[in-house]
Ligand binder design. Structure first.
Ligand SMILES: [Zn+2]
Length: 399
């Protein structure tokens, strides 16, 4: 922020207008939303990252949607203390210079970096309905605030609703849930076409046979099929269903379905396919962030959507009492609003999950069944920075 402001002051407005108009090229964009927003309005121009001047870039004459998307992505991936030097962090250029960032390829030279960061950081505090700020800034009373990464945030409005659900009836809390999701529901709606195949998995098999073929023998397993791998008619509590209320949880891929039930090494797992019997209206809780990157009001909505998505993709464990009430109520309100189901991310695979609120809206189909033997499970667990004895420079975060 400081360097951009200083450049502006030193250059004066006239000189600034004569400066090269830089942008980002489609090759340097890593995040799919960034690629899409460049493709949506592209010209041949200068890329501030690869420093080529004849590449397909977002039109510098219509750059604001891309700038606000970049700000939204910064808010999504990073806590403010990572890039606000007032909090002991680095500056925003350091975020994109890090080759592990998921947004853009690091710059090959700093030729156009001043121009780029002037674009990215000015104006720093647009009105909440006009743009997105990457710095939380100060209150009117001078209290400093710090933005936490949206990808990890737990919005206070959801915590309050969850608290109410521990004591109040669903019916009493439903109006508050409806008011919360109503402003963005139409952004999440999509049609899951008739004939879509969704996969289910169940640990174990129907039967095991010894198969004889001349002098060779092998064990062959018969997968669960039909109702034996369908929705339980008497389910326990699930993320999107209350005890005794059946819904059909499906996954887009075999591996996703299998990983979602978290089998142990050594297990044999049956998989089977279910076909949707009509066009279904679903709500997608993992939408493109670019739909919500115009301003703070929209980004706040994305924060709520992401929090629901994380809740749905987190498995229910027996000591989870209460943590599934919010998403169960969400399903109740979605049903009232005419939705047939919900789509959400998988926390264990790159596929997606969908929950059909009426199990009869899809039927078992022959031809997709199989048995998988779980040989091993891999964990993605890099070493993370630690503090053993917190000191003055360690600021404890309260969620
Ligand atoms: Zn480039």
């Amino acid at each position: 922020m400081c360097s951009a402001a200083a450049i502006k002051e030193n250059l004066g407005v006239t000189a600034l207008e004569e400066y090269p108009q830089v942008s980002i090229c489609i090759d340097c964009a890593r995040h799919p939303s960034l690629k899409r927003i460049i493709a949506a309005r592209s010209v041949t121009g200068i890329c501030a990252f690869c420093c080529r001047d004849d590449v397909v870039v977002r039109d510098p004459q219509d750059i604001e949607p891309m700038v606000m998307l970049l700000r939204a992505l910064i808010r999504f991936y990073w806590d403010e203390f990572a890039y606000n030097s007032h909090w002991g962090g680095e500056s925003t250029p350091a975020l994109f210079a890090d080759d592990t960032n998921l947004v853009v390829t690091p710059p090959v030279a700093d030729t156009y970096q001043d121009e780029f960061y002037l674009l990215l950081e000015e104006p720093p505090y647009p009105d909440p309905d006009k743009g997105i700020a990457i710095y939380a800034g100060f209150d009117e009373d001078g209290t400093r605030h710090l933005n936490l990464a949206l990808s990890r945030s737990n919005p206070s409005i959801l915590r309050k609703l969850a608290q109410r659900l521990l004591t109040d009836d669903f019916g009493d809390v439903a109006p508050a849930m409806e008011a919360l999701i109503d402003p963005f529901l139409s952004d999440l709606a999509f049609t899951l076409p008739k004939g879509t195949i969704g996969m289910r998995a169940r640990t174990g098999v129907q039967a095991t046979f010894q198969h004889f073929d001349n002098f060779e023998t092998e064990l062959r397993r018969q997968p669960y099929t039909g109702a034996a791998i369908g929705a339980s008619p008497t389910p326990g509590h699930g993320r999107l269903n209350r005890e005794g209320e059946p819904v059909l949880y499906l996954a887009s891929k075999v591996y996703t379905a299998l990983a979602e039930i978290r089998p142990h090494p050594g297990h044999y797992v049956s998989v089977g396919g279910f076909e949707t019997l009509a066009d279904l209206k679903l709500a997608d809780f993992d939408p493109d962030i670019a739909l919500f990157s115009q301003n703070e009001v929209r980004l706040d909505q994305f924060d709520i959507i992401q929090a629901f998505d994380r809740l749905m993709s987190t498995p229910v464990t027996p000591n989870d009492k209460g943590s599934y009430l919010l998403t169960q109520l969400l399903a109740v309100v979605l049903r009232q609003k005419g939705f047939d189901g919900v789509q959400y991310r998988s926390s264990v695979s790159d596929g997606v999950n969908f929950c059909l609120l009426d199990p009869a809206s899809a039927q078992f189909m022959e031809g997709h069944s199989g048995v998988h033997h779980v040989r091993g499970i891999t964990y993605d667990a890099p070493a993370s920075p630690v503090v053993l004895v917190p000191g003055f420079e360690d600021y404890e975060l309260k969620s």
